[in-house]
Design a protein around this ligand. Structure first.
Ligand SMILES: [Zn+2]
Length: 444
């Protein structure tokens, strides 16, 4: 190691102290002291790259030209100095009378390039931020929104704000086939979640996934338990009976967190100022928000489509078609005839066509007739495969037990409610701004 030479002086110092102590004792006892390879005391100076500042600029203050170059070269073996962003952290490590011994450049929360002065040259390594794994148990009830109930949740007081956003996204991913968090959630709904995460020393998380979760929406409980049938890390979610929570269609083409809450159910068409049948669902979201295909299919139309402005139409199996309107632009590679998979980005939210603000107009058509995307009954994904049923049963028990550990926000939560309950506020969904009948062949 390069530290052997620089630590030589203090090491002698320690041995000298030992020698004095030994001679003061009546019985000198050689071998009492083991060698101590202590790092020399170092002092650290933390610098944050300001706008226009460079790593080279910071080094200039502390090194001569030749050494600056050597440090930059050592850094370049790991990362490009030009790709360092504003607010990047650079830690200068000094020893003795201000001799620069090393430089740490934080590339991202998980990687730091450590550049160290050696006897003959500067060398660099990438140091990965260590993490530990824990399981977070969270419960709450909805007053306004899922987002609000997580941000203000007592179980998550220490969790950084950004990480709460990741938790919301993960929950949305788990329930995206069953529940539209942006529309169906009601005050009084409750949830419990066991969330396994990798945590950095500063308390922020590198990543995580929901192990088990329960969401009670208007008295109906939805449960999802993580299971990895192939053991390849690509797990999926099942209910406690081993049925997949996946459906052939996502309930919505946007991730929940990007959907704004500005939606106004009082439905008079903002431009035409008339009440028209609304044959789709509108999602107000920031311009540029990615729009996902809700199911596998083939692109049937990509371009202007009446009041829908820039629109993509996708044909799916079993006579289903979906339409996505008012896009600002289309995703690269999306052309008439191209295949898309569920969750693929097909375009971005905009306000082309008849729209007063950025939003997505989403329609679902089945055999030539508009259907309500939130109400239509869709086939499930594959259940837990028979050949791994034993493993599923063995893993289900502790995961359900984790969930049971989470204190319920209220005592009597679970109720068996008819599966065919109408979804909340169906009236607000079916007005129309597109004016493009389902039978009309999309114009090229
Ligand atoms: Zn609409």
């Amino acid at each position: 190691m390069t530290s052997a030479r620089t630590s030589a002086a203090p090491l002698h110092g320690l041995l000298a102290v030992g020698a004095v102590l030994a001679s003061a004792c009546s019985t000198p006892d050689a071998g009492v002291l083991e060698k101590i390879y202590a790092e020399p005391a170092e002092h650290r100076e933390v610098r944050i790259l300001g706008p226009g500042e460079t790593l080279g600029g910071i080094l200039e203050e502390n090194l001569d030209r030749g050494e600056q170059q050597a440090v930059l070269l050592a850094f370049q073996e790991r990362a490009s100095p030009r790709r360092l962003k504003v607010d990047s952290e650079v830690v200068l490590r000094f020893v003795g009378e201000g001799t620069l011994r090393g430089v740490d450049v934080v590339l991202n929360p998980d990687e730091t390039v450590r550049i160290t002065r050696g006897p003959y040259a500067w060398s660099s390594t990438v140091v990965e931020t260590p993490t530990r794994i824990d399981t977070l148990l969270v419960s709450g009830s909805i007053e306004q929104s899922l987002w609000a109930s997580l941000v203000e949740n007592d179980d998550l007081l220490d969790m950084p704000y950004n990480d709460k956003g990741i938790l919301v996204d993960e929950l949305d991913k788990v329930f995206q086939w069953q529940l539209d968090f942006s529309r169906q959630i009601q005050p009084g709904d409750e949830f419990r979640v066991a969330f396994e995460r990798q945590v950095r020393p500063d308390g922020s998380m590198r990543g995580g996934h929901v192990v088990a979760a329960e969401f009670v929406n208007v008295g109906k409980a939805y449960r999802a338990i993580w299971f990895d049938p192939n053991g390849d890390g690509e797990g999926s979610y099942y209910d406690e009976d081993g049925n997949s929570v996946r459906r052939s269609f996502l309930l919505k083409p946007l991730t929940f967190r990007r959907i704004s809450s500005r939606y106004n159910p009082g439905r008079r068409h903002p431009i035409l100022n008339t009440i028209r049948a609304h044959r789709g669902v509108d999602y107000a979201a920031d311009a540029g928000t990615p729009i996902m295909a809700t199911a596998d299919g083939v692109v049937q139309h990509r371009g202007a489509l009446g009041g829908l402005g820039n629109a993509v139409v996708i044909a799916h199996a079993n006579g289903f078609t979906t339409r996505y309107g008012h896009m600002s632009r289309f995703a690269a590679g999306v052309r008439v005839g191209s295949r898309v998979s569920q969750g693929d980005v097909v375009g971005y939210v905009g306000m082309t066509g008849l729209a007063t603000g950025p939003h997505l107009h989403y329609e679902m058509i089945r055999n030539g007739r508009h259907v309500d995307p939130l109400a239509v009954d869709l086939p499930n994904g594959d259940p837990v495969p028979g050949e791994v049923m034993d493993r599923w049963t063995a893993e289900l028990t502790p995961r359900m037990a984790l969930l049971e550990l989470v204190p319920s926000p209220s005592a009597d939560r679970i109720a068996d409610v008819d599966e065919n309950d109408p979804p909340a506020d169906p009236g607000e969904r079916m007005a129309d701004e597109s004016g493009v009948p389902p039978s009309e062949a999309p114009q090229r």
